[in-house]
Design a protein around this ligand. Structure first.
Ligand SMILES: [Cu+2]
Length: 275
């Protein structure tokens, strides 16, 4: 059979399409920086899926383009093509290969999820309550009794975010952390993440939640441990001062005993301004 006649042109097509696909994947910086322990696990799995997809895409496109070119009939030829029957060998191959690939991805994803959600020891993690509402995020620190419009966290510690929604479904997503989690009215959802890079990142809502969905953003500020502790101490002091002031002038209209300053634009704490 004329197998050899097709082999070389097909191989050339595979090389050309494969090189173009690989170049597209490699030359463009597709993914956000990695800023959590979870990030590299997620990205590695993602790139595996991408490379497998590119390989399959390359083979399919090569065969398709070659067939269009090589087996084209003259325009006036309206006859049916020759009848063909199944090819058992091919069918077995194209059943087994995707089945194995899917199984690999499923098991791998399970392992990544289990690793990503593994809880650190109690003293090595910080619990933060996250509240989502149309169209804002707010954060409170139950252990320290303060609240903040920015999510401020120390680097190198695990966060256990306990998330509640006041109205509709939202979704907490920090692209650099590579993890996201729906926030659903009526239940408390949980997100585990270990930030490992100091910096300021955006929290975005990743679930269409109304007209303000696109502006439903907040900042996460990942700080050195020392900076975090001094911010925490300042915030606690401010809360105590506010409480004292509220007590002193109780009855008067001097503002909220409710420390949870809403996430105003500067997005700081309770305190209004912080270092
Ligand atoms: Cu939202």
């Amino acid at each position: 059979m004329p197998r050899s006649r097709h082999t070389v042109p097909l191989l050339i097509l595979i090389i050309v399409i494969g090189a173009a696909s690989a170049a597209t994947a490699l030359l463009i910086d597709w993914l956000p920086d990695q800023a959590s322990e979870q990030a590299s696990r997620v990205d590695t799995l993602l790139w595996f899926v991408v490379w497998v997809s590119l390989a399959l895409f390359t083979v399919v496109m090569a065969v398709l383009l070659y067939s269009i070119w090589r087996f084209r009939v003259p325009e006036e030829d309206d006859e049916d093509g020759p009848p063909t029957h199944g090819n058992t060998q091919l069918e077995i191959i194209w059943t087994i290969v995707p089945a194995v690939l899917l199984a690999v991805v499923a098991v791998w994803a399970y392992i990544v999820l289990a690793d990503n959600e593994a809880l650190a020891a109690k003293e090595d993690r910080i619990t933060i309550d996250v509240t989502a509402e149309q169209f804002a995020w707010s954060f409170s620190y139950p252990d320290d009794n303060i609240a903040s419009g920015d999510l401020r966290v120390p680097v190198g510690k695990q966060l256990e975010l306990k998330m509640r929604a006041k109205d509709v479904i939202h979704d907490f997503y920090v692209t650099e952390w590579k993890v996201k989690q729906d926030v659903v009215p009526g239940i408390t959802t949980k997100l585990i993440v270990d930030p490992d890079k100091v910096g300021t990142y955006q929290i975005i809502c990743a679930e269409l939640c109304g007209v303000g969905h696109g502006i439903m953003r907040a900042r996460v500020i990942v700080m050195e441990q020392d900076d975090y502790e001094s911010w925490l101490a300042d915030a606690k002091r401010e809360v105590a001062q506010q409480a004292a002031a509220a007590n002193a002038g109780s009855g008067s209209d001097s503002g909220s005993g409710d420390a949870a300053g809403s996430g105003d634009e500067g997005g700081t704490t309770t305190t209004g301004e912080t270092p």
